[in-house]
Design a protein around this ligand. Structure first.
Ligand code: SF4
Length: 53
């Protein structure tokens, strides 16, 4: 669901992949921090952290 709704096309769901790693990937270089993915995730799987570097 988040993959389809992300306005920046930043989310890739790793389908058919068996792994202990996260089942999704967010391309931070594309993300515009709109937080849509966090609001709609039924599993509360996404945390958005802004960092000053
Ligand atoms: S916060 Fe980033 S990854 Fe999430 S929906 Fe918005 S642009 Fe996509």
């Amino acid at each position: 669901m988040c993959e389809e709704l992300c306005p920046a096309d930043a989310i890739t769901i790793k389908k058919n992949e068996v792994s202990s790693d996260k089942p999704y990937k967010i391309d931070e270089s594309k993300c515009i921090y709109c937080r849509i993915c966090k609001r709609i995730c039924p599993e509360d799987a996404i945390k958005i952290v802004l960092q000053l570097v």
